[in-house]
Design a protein around this ligand. Structure first.
Ligand code: CDP
Length: 231
């Protein structure tokens, strides 16, 4: 299939830990797309707020955070084919995936000025590229003109088990119930917030991958692209 030379934007949204980023990374590496992980930017802002004393319990110091974002340098770097998140010269890829960050990221992502900060970065980074981007509001808000919109779902227990495996492999001590609670709490906050809540765009295709392998997902997408852009 000749999709190599086409300017295509693929938007992948969905619930927490449904495998959006693994899918997006595979699409990027196989078909030469730029991968942009919007969740990594929300996670980096959250890490910054936690490390700088801008979160006390449930309270977020919005005034100081908003001021600090004006000069916060969050960006992606590609190392050995892997896209890593950096804050200034420091790689924060590992820290942003910890439960410490996961437990505060959704409240941070409800803030309008944080969403504007992330969306500006995403638009700057996407200019002129074939892009696959994943998040919660890519197809609805960030790139409503995306060529292909996918909304991912999976059984909550399967999602929690996948996330547990990832965290254990990274050496984090976590239990399944803590992860299940975090996923459902994030889904609740993400779906009910006032600004750009998580929801399926009307023209998004639903992909439930509970029983699918990565290759089956790629075959599914290839068929979709073939139908839309095939020669
Ligand atoms: O990997 P996982 O699906 O668990 O989450 P993520 O994509 O890393 O996103 C972390 C959090 O950032 C989400 O739970 C949302 O609160 C927020 N987020 C968002 O609000 N909008 C996006 N476009 C992406 C992430």
């Amino acid at each position: 299939m000749d999709i190599e030379n086409k300017e295509i934007i693929i938007a992948i949204d969905g619930y927490s830990s449904t495998g959006k980023s693994s899918f997006a990374k595979l699409i990027a590496s196989r078909w030469g797309f730029l991968y942009l992980d919007s969740g990594a930017l929300y996670r980096a802002v959250t890490l910054f707020a936690l490390d700088n004393g801008l979160i006390e319990g449930e309270n977020i110091d919005e005034a100081r955070l908003s001021q600090a974002l004006a000069s916060l340098d969050v960006h992606f770097e590609n190392h050995d084919g892997q896209t890593l998140t950096y804050m200034g010269s420091i790689c924060v890829e590992k820290e942003i995936r910890t439960m410490r960050v996961s437990s505060m990221v959704s409240p941070i992502a409800t803030l309008g000025f944080v969403r504007n900060f992330v969306n500006d970065r995403l638009h700057q980074l996407a200019v002129g590229s074939r892009v696959v981007m994943d998040g919660r509001d890519i197809g609805t808000t960030v790139f409503p003109q995306a060529d292909v919109k996918i909304f991912m779902e999976a059984d909550p227990k399967v999602r929690a088990e996948r996330r547990m495996k990832e965290l254990v492999e990274k050496g984090e001590k976590v239990c399944l119930s803590e992860i299940l609670n975090n996923l459902s709490e994030r889904d609740r906050i993400d779906s009910s917030r006032a600004i750009s809540p998580l929801r399926k765009a009307e023209d998004a295709l639903v992909l439930n991958n509970t029983y699918m392998t990565f290759e089956q997902q790629m075959d599914w997408l290839q068929a979709v692209l073939q139908e839309r852009f095939g020669r």
